[in-house]
Design a protein. Structure first.
Length: 278
């Protein structure tokens, strides 16, 4: 734990941990404003990753992505100041309420995909989409957080090491080859978990989980209907070339499902920018 005062920040409470940093609710005493601050652990890899995360976040401005404010070096530690999001993580919501209704699930899926579509249009992959990194405000707005593993798209295609959280990693991610389709696979895995109460593939061992993901034999979710199961079958296909290629494609198919189920929704103008990444 960090001490009560750290540079210009007064630490209020610990919020959690990211990939290589700890996150606190803190008051910037110079401007009397609260932020979620992420402080790098150590001086090596953690410092490097937080600086890179700051560079990525500084280029992103979207209502479904946690807003970045500043980066500082305090006592030789990198400190990122970000929007403090009150509310709960999607992980907490799943643990307390799953299975979620189809209407609620697809609402959250659309919000996540809108944020990812924007990040992809800026050439950035998240690489660790999971329920813990999805925040839900008291107004039921969705915010994607923790870009600590993010990469620019050209770099990630040739990644030499795995990245992400195993339960939500695409088959190619296990091989260290990550593309935008890998992010979309992770979203589909979250959709599956929201609807069923469990991830699409589970096992007692990491090797067993890897084998299940590679086989791609998906269990059907009962009570959600043919259209939803077909959507998930495609979105979680073990072959990235047989999945939805862009967030826009997934958004369009979700709207088709909502229409078929006669669930009211506000249509989204699907951006064409994601096609620049094909």
């Amino acid at each position: 734990m960090i001490r009560e005062t750290f540079g210009k920040y007064k630490i209020i409470k610990w919020l959690g941990s990211g990939v290589f940093g700890d996150v606190y609710l803190a008051l910037d005493t110079l401007i009397n404003k609260q932020f979620a601050i992420k402080i790098a652990r150590g001086k090596g890899k953690g410092k490097e990753l937080l600086l890179r995360e700051a560079q990525f976040l500084a280029s992103l401005d979207h209502p479904n992505i946690v807003r970045f404010y500043s980066a500082d070096i305090i006592e030789d530690k990198v400190v990122l100041a970000m929007e403090y999001v009150e509310g709960v993580s999607l992980r907490e919501k799943i643990e307390n309420e799953a299975p979620l209704s189809l209407e609620e699930t697809l609402y959250y899926a659309r919000e996540i995909l809108l944020g990812l579509q924007y990040a992809h249009s800026r050439g950035i992959l998240h690489r660790d989409i999971k329920p813990e990194n999805i925040l839900i405000t008291p107004e039921n707005k969705v915010k994607i957080t923790d870009f600590g593993l993010a990469r620019i798209i050209q770099q990630s295609i040739q990644s030499i090491s795995t990245a992400g959280t195993p339960l939500y990693m695409a088959p190619e991610a296990w091989r260290g080859q990550i593309t935008k389709e890998s992010d979309l696979y992770s979203v589909a895995a979250i959709i599956y978990e929201m609807l069923s109460g469990r991830p699409p593939f589970v096992d007692d061992t990491l090797e067993g989980l890897r084998n299940q993901v590679m086989r791609g034999k998906l269990s059907r979710i009962h009570l959600v209907g043919f259209e939803v199961n077909q959507f998930l079958k495609k979105a979680l296909n073990k072959d990235p070339l047989k999945r939805y290629r862009t967030a826009g494609e997934m958004l369009k198919e979700i709207e088709n499902i909502l229409r078929a189920k006669e669930i009211p929704f506000k249509p989204i103008k699907i951006s064409r920018v994601s096609s620049l990444l094909d």
